[in-house]
Ligand binder design. Structure first.
Ligand SMILES: Nc1ncnc2c1ncn2[C@@H]1O[C@H](COP(=O)(O)OP(=O)(O)O)[C@@H](O)[C@H]1O
Ligand SMILES: [Mg+2]
Length: 362
């Protein structure tokens, strides 16, 4: 296991009366691509700025590379930040922008020029040094901002929604490039994003935040497959919920009765959340249900239903299906296969499902 680079222990932050961070405890490891994911206003930027040293803590302990950061100003921390807006100087050239942080560096002019060229090559802007920054596209400006941050060789790069101003195509391209870049330079990246897809695609681990707290901290697959609350499940991807009744429980199995699906036994690992005492429900992802065409049999369990809505995406079709015995339709997704027809609304169908794909919330 890699050593911790950022240690957050019971971090609290007040803005006046407003309680922005409510006890954040987490450890981020060296070389990790770590994301802070949550809706607007949940405290992501505040947490990033406290790590950077732009905001003080109200209480708690923040260590970077084993050192307590209390009283250490931002410019003395081994961190650097890339902002959402292109915080570059439009009147300077690309290389002047990238070299900006080196202006007090004692290295020779040639050495600095080499470092600038290296940083530009790293972000895919080799040969752009002499261009005027204002003449660059949004994606290119963000690369300049990245090169400018990387040239200072921080131990941790903090990225506050760096791609959110880009259009979808450019954003997806930059996501892939950022992952490659992080692997290449090997330093810790902490990315703030409100885009769950972006977090899933890019991160080794993700902290999902709501209202100043971390609701779940896990790798993308765990967050997707075993969300620990309905709130997390709802925030990440699409999750269907059906009411459930717990019939019996032992340390190795929980028996539930699920509306529309019937009785089944699940593993306790499928109930990763805390017991809240509210009404129980099960969640399952659209791709864990499968339409059975004529002659097909379920691998596991099957139930009947009626197609209520069809949304065609080309490679995929989403169906809203009213399972027999439930009022609320569930959404399922099918990969479209050449030669197999898309079902019409009101078609009676059989649906395959598996108890192993359920998540129990209670
Ligand atoms: N300087 C500030 N003074 C007062 N309240 C602030 C300040 N900065 C942020 N907040 C409040 O703290 C909460 C969290 O903000 P922020 O960390 O920017 O959220 P996010 O980045 O997740 O959208 C918001 O309700 C915001 O209005
Ligand atoms: Mg923010």
């Amino acid at each position: 296991m890699k050593k911790p680079i950022i240690e957050l222990d019971a971090i609290q932050k007040y803005y006046g009366d407003y309680h922005a961070l409510r006890g954040i405890t987490a450890t981020i490891r060296e070389g990790e691509f770590f994301s802070l994911l949550g809706p607007s206003g949940c405290g992501k930027t505040t947490l990033l700025r406290t790590i950077a040293g732009f905001e003080g803590l109200s209480s708690g302990v923040l260590k970077i590379d084993g050192r307590d950061m209390a009283g250490v100003p931002a410019n003395k921390r081994p961190t650097n930040m890339v902002f959402q807006s292109y915080a570059i100087f439009p009147h300077l050239t690309v290389e002047q922008n990238v070299g900006f942080g080196l202006r007090r560096d004692p290295r020779s002019r040639d050495d600095k020029a080499r470092a600038v060229a290296e940083a530009l090559a790293m972000v895919g802007l080799a040969g752009y040094g002499r261009r005027a920054a204002h003449a660059l596209s949004g994606g290119q400006r963000q690369r300049v901002a990245l090169a400018r941050a990387l040239i200072l060789k921080p131990k941790v790069l903090l990225l506050d929604e760096p791609l959110s101003a880009l259009d979808k195509k450019m954003r997806e391209q930059m996501q892939v490039e950022l992952i490659k870049l992080q692997r290449q330079v090997g330093i810790t990246f902490i990315l703030v994003t409100h885009d769950q897809e972006e977090a899933l695609v890019m991160s080794d681990r993700i902290a999902v935040m709501f209202e100043g707290q971390i609701a779940q901290l896990a790798d993308p697959e765990t967050l997707y497959r075993r969300p620990n609350s309905r709130q997390v499940a709802d925030f990440i991807g699409t999750m269907n919920f059906l009411p459930a009744t717990i019939l019996s429980e032992t340390p190795d199995r929980i028996e539930v009765e699920v509306a529309g699906l019937g009785r089944c036994a699940i593993d306790p690992a499928q109930a990763p959340g805390a017991v809240t005492g509210g009404p129980a429900s099960v969640g399952f992802r659209p791709e864990t249900l499968t339409i059975l065409y004529e002659g097909q049999v379920a691998n596991d369990r099957e139930t009947g239903g009626t197609v209520e809505e069809v949304v065609y995406f080309g490679d995929m079709t989403y169906y809203d299906v009213k399972l027999d015995g439930v009022d609320q339709p569930v959404r399922l997704s099918m990969r479209n296969v050449f030669g197999r027809p898309v079902l019409d609304i009101r078609t009676r169908t059989r649906v395959a499902w598996s108890p192993g794909a359920l998540v129990l919330f209670r």
